[in-house]
Design a protein around this ligand. Structure first.
Ligand code: DGY
Length: 327
């Protein structure tokens, strides 16, 4: 059997909606098995004995992994993998891969767009033009806020955080950051606590990953430290924010504005954030261009191909880097 013929026999489970290009590539390379969602109750006996890989945009929990005893690899679509139980995967010798790097610049571009929207109120200004207010009422009111003179703080100085920082530098903003650990050799000012960073800046951009260690890290205390001229932008994960505290801070003037691409319970967005006049909201589109999603799809599928031919992944997540392929 040729390698290509061998791959045709490997069953890859794809739960729920998935990227079209990834589906085309999986269909032409592997034996794709479809399932409505990643739910162990939907796993048939045939899937149980055949499935060796999963390609997924959605989360994969421990029960789903346990329902597939021959599972070797979860190729997660996206850089954030907080919805995959990687601890359980590592314990069961299941490799997990993600799609870093190929989306970095796109997400950084979106973060800057969201920041400018939040500061200069551009979405409402566009509505003003479109609904005829410009004709009927005259010029759109001056924006209360400006990017000029701001100091930016990045929560989560990874690859995307750095790409955002570089862009902010070009905009003339000084940059500081908070991470679990200081990044060696990086010239930006490091703050060992998120509150310390918020106190030092007036523009906080969160790129932090989800998970227990960042759960509701952006809380009432951090928002109060950011201050009345403060702008908060979230391009990372909604779980990192106490959304009730954020809504209260926006309503009572503790901070000035927020730009949010991610929410704790997507696609549900708290009404208080929807109704707030000082929010700019996006439906989790950070990496969502055809170009970038295609690159993510290729990396996701290339990980499957590499694993099932070379027996090694291209972009393993750190938690499963020591998982070894059997045979
Ligand atoms: C990611 O890659 O983590 C983006 O948020 C898309 O889910």
């Amino acid at each position: 059997m040729t390698k290509a013929e061998q791959l045709q026999t490997v069953a890859i489970l794809v739960p729920g909606d998935f990227n079209d290009h990834a589906i085309e590539r999986i269909d032409s390379t592997f034996n794709r098995v479809r399932i409505e969602r990643a739910d162990p109750a939907l796993v048939t006996d045939e899937m149980r004995s055949n499935v060796r890989g999963i390609a997924s945009f959605a989360g994969i929990n421990a029960a789903m992994m346990d329902a597939l005893p021959n599972l070797e690899l979860i190729a997660s679509f996206g850089v954030g993998y907080d919805s995959v139980d990687v601890g359980h995967a590592a314990a069961k010798n299941i490799m997990v891969t993600n799609t870093p790097d190929v989306l970095t610049e796109e997400v950084a571009d979106t973060a800057i767009g969201l920041l400018i929207n939040a500061v200069r109120d551009l979405p409402r200004a566009e509505t003003w033009l479109r609904d005829g207010s410009w004709l009927r009422k005259g010029n759109y009111p001056l924006s209360r806020l400006t990017l000029r003179g701001r100091k930016a703080g990045i929560f989560g100085m990874g690859r995307i955080g750095l790409a955002i920082a570089r862009r902010l530098e070009v905009f003339g903003l000084p940059v500081a950051y908070h991470n679990r650990r200081q990044v060696e050799g990086l010239g930006y000012q490091y703050h060992p606590t998120l509150k310390g960073l918020a106190e030092a800046v007036d523009t906080l951009i969160s790129v932090a990953p989800g998970g227990a260690s960042t759960e509701k890290a952006v809380n009432a205390e951090v928002l109060s430290a950011l201050g009345a001229n403060g702008v908060f932008v979230n391009i990372g994960r909604g779980s990192t924010v106490d959304e009730a505290a954020l809504a209260a801070a926006l309503a009572n003037g503790t901070i000035a504005a927020a730009g949010l691409d991610v929410f704790a319970d997507e696609p549900n967005v708290p009404k208080a954030l929807l109704d707030a006049p000082n929010t700019s909201l996006l439906p989790h589109v950070g990496s969502a261009s055809d170009h970038t999603r295609r690159a993510m799809a290729d990396l996701c599928v290339d990980n499957l191909v590499s694993w099932f031919i070379e027996r090694r992944p291209l972009t393993p997540v750190p938690e499963t880097v020591n998982v070894k392929a059997a045979g």
